[in-house]
Every structure is written in C-alpha cells, then in structure tokens.
Design a protein. Structure first.
Length: 344
C-alpha cells in the first residue's frame, strides 16, 4: 500500500531529473516577478548570493534585521488557527524550518555576515510559538546534529535540504505528532515503504534559475540523493490519511520528507504544496477550502513555515506572489468559513 497521497502539485514518488527540472522551471515563473520587486525595494539586492567555493544562497532574506513585530503578529494569528482547528478536533503541529545561512555562514562572501540578531531569530520564533502553546519542535537543533555528523544539511547550489536533513525533520515531526495525538486512526502497515537510494547529478535550483550559462558552468552540477519508489508502493492509497502536511517545496516528495514521515508513523500522510513564492497562508487556505479536506478531515495538520519569512503575513504585498496576497481579515474569514467556525 502507498501510504502517501498528494492533493496538489502531484509529482510521482519515483523522483527523476526531469521532474526536478520541471520544478525549477515552475519555481522560476512564480519567483522572479515578486523577488525582482523585493530586490528593487531593498536597494537592488541580488536575487542570489554567490558565496565561496560555488555555494549559492537566496538573496531575498535579511541577514541583518529581525522583524519582531511581524513575528509577534503572526504567532498570534497561528494561535488563532490552532484554536479553530481544535474546535474541529484537529491538532496543529507548526513545522518551522531554519535558514540555510545558519549552517553555512562560513560559505557566505566576505561582505555578507549573519548578524547576532538573525543568528538568534530561529530560537526567538520557536520560543514565542511555545509560549503561545503552539506545538512545535526545535528543527534547528535536529539539523545541527545532521551537520555535526558530517552530512550536508542543504545542497550547495539549491535552496532545498538534503535527504539526511529531511529524514531528521520527519523524525522530529513524528515524535511531536505522537505527543499531541497518542493514537492515530487507521491500520498498521499502511505507511509508505521506503525504496532504495539513488544518485542524480544536476544543477541546483538557484543555479538553474538565476545564473547565466557561464556562471552555471563555473559552479557546476552536484549530486542529489533521492529515494526510489518502493516496488510494493502504488501511486494512490485508498486509506484516509490521519495526518496532512501543507507547505512549500521543501516538503515535496522529491526531497523525501512526506514519505519518511508516513513510514515513521506507519500511517498514510496526505500533502499539498506548491513551488515558488506562494507563502504558507494561501497553502493552508487552499487545503482547508479543498474537497479533500471536507471529505477527510485529518487528526493532525502539519503546517510548514520558513524562518526567514515567518514575519510575513497574508497581506505581505511585494513579498508573496500577487495572487497570494489578501488582507488578514479576509484570510481569517475564509479560514473560519472553511472550518465551519464562528467568525472572529
């Protein structure tokens, strides 16, 4: 049995280089317009930071400043969502993913430094989430263990994490899910079986999207480790998923996170995600308004957010894709309507 389904942007669980390149192309179309606007509003900042030894970093996050007011506002908004979900007997798990620059600050160019405030930003957000009694865990610490073991956490020319990092995060997520929901519905043996590992050599998305052909040759391709689809695994599973993951391309099947989570929980896991600059607010809303949610409400909803953009709310004009932007009141009204809750 499969144990893994996707409700949006379905990519086969047998990842290939062709699918990876399709992802890069889709991401390019969704990122460029908004990020160019961001760069223009931030004194012409580059869309990609070219670091040492061919390392590339996204150039649209601040390495110097922390928007504490925006963080506080969004913690309160997440807490409201958690309460509305509880009214539907759904537990929320907030998956906060850390920035690549934390792990490879020594690969940044000499004129780019991570400030002391930004170094503490992940811990600051996590503390505020936990003070608000929002279920979350320290993924920064989990990924530091990966780094300490000698494995890479992120790919050199890509925004995305490695299989080792995705696996470690899936373990942390599974452990937290067991704390918030001791008994998941469904039958043992319905989780995703894990296939053999394979290697693929290609350009990372930052190189593929933002570098010229000559620059791409200079930084070179790199080797990606991905899991093949297990022979016993079909494309769809009829068993309803008690756990749903909503997020961006970090949690897509290509990098292995949802399959590993399903395997660890031994239950089906459903997923909706999109590449590009869509943002977590619209991704959650799209799921809650979907037929899939109405037909099978999960016991646990894993909502993936990203540390550098956690301060950006649903109304972050010029930062999210234009189609994703809406007033906070509009967003909350649509969420409560989708959940059948009273209006805030």
């Amino acid at each position: 049995m499969n144990g893994f389904t996707s409700t949006d942007n379905v990519f086969p669980l047998r990842p290939t280089r062709r699918h990876a390149l399709q992802l890069a192309g889709a991401a390019a179309a969704m990122i460029l317009t908004t990020r160019l606007a961001w760069a223009q509003n931030n004194n012409g900042s580059s869309l990609v930071i070219k670091g040492k030894d061919g390392w590339l970093f996204a150039g649209w996050g601040s390495l110097a400043q922390v928007d504490t007011a925006g963080i506080d506002r969004n913690v309160q908004l997440v807490a409201r969502v958690q309460q509305w979900l509880k009214e539907q007997n759904i537990e929320l798990v907030l998956l906060l993913l850390p920035d690549k620059a934390h792990f490879y600050a020594d690969r940044l160019p000499d004129d780019k430094k991570v400030s002391a405030a930004v170094q503490q930003r992940y811990a600051l957000i996590l503390d505020k989430l936990q003070r608000a009694n929002i279920a979350s865990f320290d993924d920064f610490a989990a990924l530091k263990k990966v780094s300490t073991s000698g494995a890479e956490v992120f790919y050199r020319t890509d925004q995305h994490w490695t299989l080792d990092a995705a696996d470690a995060t899936a373990q942390g997520t599974a452990d937290l899910i067991r704390k918030v929901k001791s008994q998941l519905a469904g039958n043992a043996g319905t989780g995703t079986p894990l296939g053999a590992l394979t290697k693929e050599r290609r350009y990372g998305d930052l190189a593929e999207i933002f570098l010229s052909p000559d620059e791409k040759k200079q930084v070179g391709r790199e080797v990606y480790t991905v899991r093949k689809q297990a022979e016993a695994q079909g494309l769809l599973d009829d068993a309803p998923a008690p756990v749903h993951v909503t997020g961006h391309s970090m949690v897509q099947p290509y990098f292995g996170y949802p399959q590993k989570l399903s395997n660890l929980l031994d239950r089906p896991v459903s997923l909706n995600w999109k590449p590009g600059n869509i943002g977590p607010w619209v991704m959650l809303l799209e799921y809650l308004e979907s037929p899939a949610f109405k037909q099978n409400k999960p016991q646990v909803l894993v909502w993936q957010m990203f540390e550098p953009s956690f301060n950006q709310g649903p109304d972050a004009a010029g930062l999210w894709d234009n189609a994703s932007i809406m007033p906070v009141n509009t967003w909350t009204q649509r969420v409560t309507q989708a959940l059948g809750s009273a209006k805030p």
